[in-house]
Design a protein around this ligand. Sequence first.
Ligand SMILES: Cc1cc2nc3c(=O)[nH]c(=O)nc-3n(C[C@H](O)[C@H](O)[C@H](O)COP(=O)(O)OP(=O)(O)OC[C@H]3O[C@@H](n4cnc5c(N)ncnc54)[C@H](O)[C@@H]3O)c2cc1C
Length: 211
Amino acid sequence: MLRVRQTPARGHYDKPTIHAILDASLVGHVSFVDEGMPVSIPTAIARIEDGLYLHGNRSSRMFKLLAGGVPVSVSTCIVDGLVKARSGMHCSMNYRSVVIFGKPHLVSDDEKPELLHEIVQKLIPGTKDDYRDHLAKELKATALVRLPLDQASAKIRAEGVHDDEEDAPLAHWAGVIPIRRVTDAAVPSDDLPTGVDEPVEMQQQIQAMLA
Ligand SMILES: Cc1cc2nc3c(=O)[nH]c(=O)nc-3n(C[C@H](O)[C@H](O)[C@H](O)COP(=O)(O)OP(=O)(O)OC[C@H]3O[C@@H](n4cnc5c(N)ncnc54)[C@H](O)[C@@H]3O)c2cc1C
């Protein structure tokens, strides 16, 4: 179930590869079956050690099901380039993706405050000690679940064009258009008090995460 079958050489199953892709992904698509129907919901993801953490309003449909241990598949993907071939058939994409299967479990109230701090820092690197502490009512409203990463696979395409040999002489451009993710200049909140430092280091750390 976990092995990539199409172009199996692009499949990777080692933890460092899977962790690195998850760390660079901000969002995962959480898929589950509810009332007999498949559903896939995008949400923020944060990897800590060998677990994937999902947090959200405890009254949402997804978090009620996750807290109950519904079987899920979570997938994530970063597109690194568009591959233009001389035929439509061989046009492709370069990417890094991960697929995970498992049953989440609810994190205990004791562990939640510290883990939520770690998750904020994973999602917005450079925020350590740069926001107020969680309020009791905020913690109460938030469900936090952990999905183990013991059933996960990665798939990576980082290649050029694979055209048919006989198409090589055709006068159509072929190659890769790389896609990069870059942060833009930070836009301060309208109500920011004067004298608050610009988030230079935070922005650098976010950019490093996206690279
Ligand atoms: C950006 C992007 C664009 C793609 N475009 C196409 C396309 O246009 N057409 C197409 O056929 N395929 C495309 N793929 C590949 C697609 O995601 C699947 O890898 C492919 O359908 C796998 O088929 P399969 O029969 O080998 O695997 P399946 O039988 O579907 O999967 C077997 C197992 O392999 C692993 N696996 C499969 N795919 C992935 C993956 N992408 N990442 C991590 N683990 C995986 C999972 O553990 C899965 O349970 C694309 C992938 C990405 C990330």
